[in-house]
Write a protein that binds this ligand. Structure first.
Ligand code: AAT
Length: 281
């Protein structure tokens, strides 16, 4: 008998992966967690039935959430990751030896424990001495913090379930206050392609734009997310990701990356006309 994982990308579009084995399934207090093994994407996990991370394309997402901000301001020292329970974002951050503090606040400890067991490819650096893990709601964690971080990476689920508050104006305001004067906020920004995702992308952008003087989006190719066309938001108080970018400073770190490079840094901010239009609407 063949086993297939299917995710509804829209009411009339399905995306399926042939599964070798369903290796884990638990209800946490926050969501349903499943792990699968597959031929094409290796091990992958879903939350409430939606693809989060797989061994084959995780490098795209984790390179792009981390290195664009780190290259815009190579002096970043204190970082907060909100969500990101698989550990992939923290793994990329730990490659910067000069970082002093990496806090990660994940609402669901069960995601982290399951990833430590089944996805060591992403969860491998959670024990770096600079990393502190907090298991609580990112929304409550950030509230009231002032000038504590140079960079906040919102590595969250979609705006349904526990991730919903991480797309609210109150949350973006709290992030602004928690950031230093030259602070940067990167957030999981959904997709511009299918209307059910583009709606969330526009809502998120219009809220961030009201709060941060610099607010842009950049794109990348994520084969297993709906339409494969995905965005992160780049918001900051002072730094512009292109005008303030010095490729030589990032290259001096000597990091080998599989997706991010310094040409792509500038290129990923060049948006297709339909995306530009959506953002202006
Ligand atoms: N590295 C890519 C993986 C993710 S998972 C996102 C994580 O955010 C999940 O582990 C979830 O438990 C956590 N999370 C959700 N809400 C909160 C919250 N309020 N506070 C802290 N953590 C939270 C991102 C996948 C993106 C999928 C896009 N389709």
């Amino acid at each position: 008998m063949e086993l297939w994982y299917t995710e509804k990308h829209t009411d009339t579009v399905d995306f399926s992966i042939k599964v070798k084995k369903h290796i884990y399934s638990e209800e946490s207090p926050f969501q349903t967690i499943d792990f699968f093994e597959s031929e094409e994407f290796g091990t992958f996990f879903t939350l409430d039935g939606l693809m989060m991370v797989n061994e084959k394309d995780e490098f795209v997402y984790h390179d792009m959430i981390t290195h664009v901000a780190m290259a815009t301001n190579p002096s970043i020292k204190r970082v907060l990751v909100i969500g990101g329970g698989d550990g992939g974002t923290v793994r990329e951050l730990t490659r910067y030896k000069h970082l002093e503090k990496i806090d990660m606040v994940e609402i669901d400890e069960m995601v982290v424990r399951a990833c430590e067991k089944y996805l060591p490819i992403t969860a491998c650096k959670l024990h770096d001495p600079r990393v502190s893990l907090y298991f609580e709601d990112g929304l409550a964690f950030i509230h009231g913090k002032v000038n504590e971080y140079d960079l906040i990476l919102v590595d969250s689920t979609d705006p349904i379930g526990p991730g919903e508050g991480l797309f609210s104006e109150a949350f973006y305001k709290d992030c602004y206050t928690a950031l230093a004067d030259n602070g940067i906020l990167i957030n999981q920004h959904e997709s511009p392609y299918y209307p059910n995702y583009a709606r969330e992308m526009k809502r998120s952008h219009s809220k961030i734009e009201k709060i941060f003087p610099i607010s842009k989006v950049y794109q990348f190719h994520m084969p297993t997310y709906p339409s494969g066309h995905w965005l992160f938001g780049f918001a900051s108080k002072t730094l512009d990701p292109i005008a303030d970018f010095d490729p030589k400073a990032w290259e001096a770190f000597g990091l080998e990356t599989k997706y991010y490079n310094t040409e792509l840094h500038t290129g990923c901010f060049a948006l297709p006309t339909f995306v530009k239009k959506l953002l202006k609407e």
